[in-house]
Design a protein around this ligand. Structure first.
Ligand code: CMC
Length: 437
């Protein structure tokens, strides 16, 4: 069969073009040949926010946003959340396959070997104000790791890349816990490598004077499931940032810091913090109708609702809603969950949300669970960044081995002035200032 093509007619020139179609996609570069004048640059595609542009091919995560499907390396998120640990899933993301029991043991030992950070990092974190946002501290301290591991610049070596990946996965919880304890004025707690990844994180957060920290198995399991759900989500804003910065051959620490910076934004990973602020502002179920009216009037957004890809219930939100009951059995039921469920019910029946296919996303319920576990809202995005690190690194590794890798460098449609001559300063009429007032 002939290769399928997309036929285009340029009505400016009446010329016909045939553009090859592969994987239901056409290559933007194939449009460059479309020109009105041979001297012209050629046609580009315009896509602000990359709503319909594939920036890479990937074998890591599959999402069907209309059906609410999420799979890592082909495995449904529901099965991974029920039957795996977070480190097992991190292995899957980075190695293409799930580990055997001995591979997992070795992987966990390797990660444990890298949980400590240089003692100087403590001084570095101490330099932040007592009320510094933990995400700001995390972004800065991950970037600082680049100065501790100059060998990370050797991105061409697969074994060197693996070492940096282990360091990053191992050290992210330690840096996150340091940021947390700094904001509370508590001494930093060292990692305890007898514990699982999640239990060790809880140990570094909450250990006081006891010799050995013991976590609640229910809360440790819930946190581990939350880590699995947040581990990857294909080409979202932070992962695309990781790939973009990585495409300049920057080392993985500064690339991860850049990705974490993107995650910090309230439209991305910062939404879980914003959901809690929103629930506090609504206060009680009787205020929901007023709040919904403000959303519909475009005054505020219903945080934790809507998604660029999911036009159906986010499968991660479903799993989180399910585990919330187990968490509340240990922590006591949060009044916020009832408020959130009432808000969800009203929104899902409202034409505004139905028409726009706006459903709860992963952030709608996660913050409520985190708060019940004892985290301040400022920590929520940090709890997203720790597991997402394995996803960022899986994409970075995929990029490093991609034969089509080039530095990311989008084009623009220039709409500014044509060439003009500079006017001496005392002859300028101040149009620019006038134009902006
Ligand atoms: N509340 C009210 N209206 C909304 C919302 C919302 N949360 N989300 C989208 N809309 C409306 C929007 O106003 C627009 O309406 P209209 O067509 O009348 O102009 C329409 O729905 C399409 O919205 P959009 O902004 O074009 O959609 P997008 O794909 O660019 O944005 C989003 C996706 C997630 C940024 C957006 O839905 C949003 O701001 N949600 C709230 C923040 C949030 O919960 N973010 C977490 C995302 S999940 C975690 C992650 O992956 O980071």
């Amino acid at each position: 069969m002939d290769e399928p093509t997309l036929k285009i007619t340029d009505t400016r020139t009446s010329k016909d073009y045939a553009v090859p179609i592969k994987n239901a996609t056409v290559r933007a570069m194939d449009f460059r040949q479309v020109r009105e004048d041979p001297e012209e640059f050629g046609m580009m595609t315009y896509d602000p926010g990359y709503t319909n542009t594939a920036s890479c091919s990937s074998r890591i995560t599959y999402i069907d946003g209309d059906k609410g499907i999420l799979r890592y390396r082909g495995y449904p998120i529901e099965q991974l959340a029920e039957r795996c640990t977070y480190t097992e899933v991190a292995y899957l993301l980075l190695h293409d396959e799930l580990p055997t029991a001995s591979e997992l043991r070795e992987w966990n030992e390797e990660i444990n070997h890298h949980t400590m950070v240089h003692e100087n990092i403590k001084n570095f974190v101490d330099g932040f104000l007592y009320d510094a946002h933990p995400m700001g501290m995390l972004v800065s301290s991950v970037a600082a790791l680049s100065t501790y591991y100059p060998d990370a610049k050797n991105i061409g070596s697969p074994s060197n890349r693996r070492l940096q990946q282990l360091r990053l996965i191992g050290k992210m919880p330690t840096l996150a816990a340091y940021a947390y304890r700094h904001s509370l004025g508590l001494p930093y707690a060292y990692p305890d490598n007898d514990l699982s990844y999640t239990e060790n994180f809880m140990n570094m957060l909450w250990k006081r004077t006891e010799l050995k920290y013991k976590s609640s198995p229910v809360l440790a399991k819930a946190l581990d499931v939350l880590f699995i759900l947040h581990a990857d989500h294909e080409q979202n804003c932070s992962t695309s940032t990781m790939r973009m910065v990585g495409s300049a051959n920057s080392d993985p620490y500064v690339s991860t810091a850049a990705a974490a910076g993107a995650l910090y934004g309230p439209l991305h990973g910062g939404a879980n913090e914003a959901v809690l602020q929103m629930l506090d502002e609504i206060g009680s179920t009787k205020n929901i109708p007023d709040f919904i009216n403000r959303v519909k009037a475009g005054e505020v957004r219903l945080m934790g609702f809507g998604h660029r890809v999911y036009k159906n219930y986010d499968p991660r939100a479903k799993i989180i809603k399910k585990i919330s009951d187990e968490v509340f059995e240990v922590t006591g039921r949060s009044a916020k969950i009832d408020l959130a469920m009432a808000l969800e019910k009203i929104a899902l029946e409202d034409d505004y949300f139905v028409k726009r296919k706006l459903y709860p996303n992963v952030d709608f319920y996660s913050g409520i669970i985190y708060e019940a576990m004892g985290f301040q809202p400022e920590m929520f995005t940090v709890l997203f960044a720790i597991p997402r690190t394995s996803g960022w690194l899986a994409h970075w590794e995929e990029l490093m081995t991609d034969p089509e890798r080039r530095i990311a460098r989008p084009r623009q449609v220039y709409l500014g002035p044509e060439e003009r001559d500079l006017v001496p300063i005392d002859e300028r009429l101040g149009q620019a200032r006038k134009a902006h007032t």
